[in-house]
Design a protein around this ligand. Structure first.
Ligand code: SF4
Length: 326
């Protein structure tokens, strides 16, 4: 039942999703232990190289130029600033950076500079991921040649619910970029957000879309909405830990080898809730006090929690903190 499959039916995923919670967690945990180690959690840090002023209208996002949020004028980092930030992260033991830009699509006139930045950071011995909107087949080919670790392009929610959240692009156009990545041989990082007002049916449908791609995502970021003042979703209620854990466990069961990133909204979770998410299959987090424009747990708090849970990673070693062996 837990083989790598791309032919899941929506009914099968619905049955897994609705399994009584403790059974579902136990099932997911068994699969997780078979394909991953509870002693390892992938760490990366986002560098927002262009913040704000985005022409898209994603209803949850502080960076959309259409909403009056705490993000004012667009800001762009220079090549030197990006490299300096990557060096600083490397010195702390962060192995991977994800360069993020609030663009509708990766602008052709910036592309050569981005490639150069990737080469420099890779030469420093770090992994580099990108999230910069839609890309062409040719750009995908060049990014594959330069050896990026993954390209993030989320589908956010189900195909049906998508137009309620974003009207400036289509679910189909999102998938087209993901197919371009797969064709170019770039690992795709693709996930979604819960708490947008979607139904459980939408969550199951989103997982089904990801699980039936020709290749399962390298990473699936699972975000819990952090309602942002000024956006259309500012009044949405936070999702419960139980809903989050159910989504993570279902993803783990149907996509055993994928990394599951416990992404935005982690600051709303206490130690026990995060531990439960890791138990259910989450095995990647963003570290750093800020997640683009949203708050994230402090570095000290993350090091403390990773140590408490017995997770081995160089981040804590660099900070001279002992990893508990279990
Ligand atoms: S989520 Fe990305 S594409 Fe959508 S408005 Fe924000 S920055 Fe733009």
């Amino acid at each position: 039942m837990d083989m790598i499959r791309n032919d899941w039916t929506i009914e099968e995923i619905g049955t897994i999703y609705h399994t009584p919670l403790l059974e579902l967690i136990a099932y997911a945990a068994n699969i997780h232990r078979r394909y991953h180690s509870y002693r390892e959690i992938e760490l990366s840090t986002l560098i927002s190289i262009k913040t704000g002023g985005c022409p898209e209208d994603c209803a949850y996002c502080a960076q959309s130029a259409r909403y009056a949020t705490h993000v004012d004028e667009p800001q762009e980092m220079s090549k030197e600033e990006i490299i300096a930030r990557a060096k600083e992260l490397k010195s702390k033991g962060i192995p991977r950076v994800c360069l993020s830009a609030a663009w509708r699509q990766l602008p052709p006139n910036k592309f050569d500079e981005i490639l150069e930045v990737i080469r420099i950071i890779k030469n420093m011995g770090m992994k580099v991921c990108l999230t910069m909107g839609k890309i062409s087949a040719d750009q995908a080919k060049q990014l594959a040649e330069v050896g990026i670790t993954a390209y993030n392009h989320n589908i956010d929610t189900s195909e049906n619910f998508y137009p309620k959240i974003i009207t400036t692009r289509t679910f189909k156009s999102r998938l087209e970029t993901i197919y371009r990545l797969i064709e170019a041989g770039i690992p795709h990082c693709c996930g979604g957000i819960i708490g947008l007002g979607e139904s459980e049916k939408d969550r199951i449908s989103m997982i089904h879309t990801l699980a039936t791609l020709p290749k399962h995502p390298f990473t699936i970021p699972i975000n819990a909405l952090m309602p942002i003042e000024g956006t259309p979703l500012e009044q949405n209620k936070p999702v419960s830990t139980w809903e989050l854990v159910r989504v993570i466990a279902t993803v783990r069961v149907v996509m055993p080898t994928t990394h599951i990133e416990l992404a935005a909204g982690r600051i709303q979770l206490n130690d026990e809730a995060q531990a439960l998410c890791f138990m259910a299959g989450a095995n990647a987090i963003f570290v750093g006090d800020k997640l683009l424009t949203a708050p994230n747990p402090s570095e000290n708090n993350d090091i403390r929690l990773l140590n408490l849970l017995g997770v081995k990673q160089p981040y804590a070693d660099k900070m001279n903190l002992k990893v508990i062996d279990i």
